[in-house]
Design a protein around this ligand. Structure first.
Ligand code: PBG
Length: 323
């Protein structure tokens, strides 16, 4: 670097007008980079507010279709669907049932918005199991489950999902879904891998959103927040197993992981700004403690700056109004 300094160099010069700041901005937040997570609850006739996620709803099948259209019209890049069944069992069988709520909702949304956006679905059992774990429990209480994931992947592909999000943090889950899809001739269906998903307190409000029955925690399968290098091992495995996109989750408390992943791979990187991240900003804003819209844009900008090309965020449909 050349040896220069004040007063010849004045970084403030490029900050002096909105036009200069816009021109000099290194990072942009675009609606097309945002993916909207959406919840559909079996048996609802009206959307039901989720108290810990103000502004987010459990949808009925009808209101989901409408909200999907609105989101597409606001320019989002994709939708990630989560299903909440009326009945659960230890095997999570509603997840593989073609008439299970999530598979039905995928069909509804694809029929409504078709190829105008990327329709994604959560490939995990926790919404469907009576014990709330991401897989089937072995007799000794451990969680293991790959065969069901293969079946569930096919059910979601049949329903019309363009991309599947295996979110259970089971070893080998990406490979098992990829092989099942390929064997069925569905080489077109992509996989968004939850590569580094941490056992996080920031998933709190999501539990209400999916009426989770979970007792205990997910520490035996999700990553320890203390670990960064281990995320790179997960990354190597997911790429080898055929992940099309890799994801870090949560986002803001793990920006260092987003950066390390982005510096390492040659596939797109996503980050999931999770329920607790959303709830913190909404709660502080509701109290008048922070400027809501500035805080939203700042968090999304930071996640983009750390290296994520795409962001799952409950604010996705609002971004077009904010940037
Ligand atoms: C599991 C899943 C979870 C989230 C997305 N997928 C919950 C968990 O792992 O405990 C959390 C998302 C959020 O908090 O917004 N299917």
């Amino acid at each position: 670097m050349t040896k220069v300094g004040f007063p010849d160099v004045r970084p403030r010069r490029l900050r002096s007008t909105p036009a200069l700041r816009r021109l000099a901005a290194e990072t942009h937040v675009q609606p097309s980079q945002m993916i909207l997570p959406m919840f559909v609850r079996e048996g609802l006739t009206e959307p039901r507010p989720i108290s810990s996620l103000p502004g987010v709803f459990q949808h009925s099948r009808d209101s989901l279709r409408k909200a999907a259209v609105d989101a597409v019209n606001s320019g989002v890049g994709g939708l990630m669907l989560f299903g909440v069944p009326a009945e659960r069992d230890p095997e999570g069988s509603a997840g593989v049932d073609p008439n299970g709520i999530l598979n039905v909702a995928i069909r509804d949304v694809v029929a409504e918005v078709g190829d105008a956006t990327v329709v994604m679905s959560d490939l995990c059992l926790d919404e469907f199991t009576s014990h709330g774990h991401c897989g089937v429990l072995a007799p000794d209480g451990t969680v293991a489950t790959l065969a069901v994931y293969a079946e569930m992947a096919l059910a979601q592909a049949d329903a019309g999902a363009h991309m599947l999000g295996p979110s259970g943090m089971m070893d080998g889950q990406v490979g098992v879904a990829r092989r099942a899809l390929d064997k069925a001739g569905r080489t077109d269906v992509a996989i968004l891998a939850y590569t580094a998903k941490y056992a996080s307190a920031f998933f709190g409000p999501f539990r209400e959103a999916v009426e989770s029955a979970l007792e205990g925690d997910r520490k035996t399968y999700q990553m320890d927040p203390a670990n960064a290098r281990e995320a790179l091992l997960e990354l190597e495995l997911d790429i080898a197993e055929g992940a099309d996109i890799v994801m870090v989750k949560p986002a803001l408390p793990y920006l260092d992981i987003v950066r390390r992943v982005a510096d390492t791979v040659n596939v797109p990187v996503a980050a999931y700004q999770v329920s607790g991240e959303y709830a913190m900003v909404e709660a502080a804003a509701a109290n008048g403690w922070i400027d809501r819209e500035r805080a939203i844009v700042e968090t999304l900008t930071s996640i983009r700056r750390a290296g994520a090309e795409m962001i799952l965020t409950y604010w996705a449909a609002e971004v077009s109004r904010l940037v």
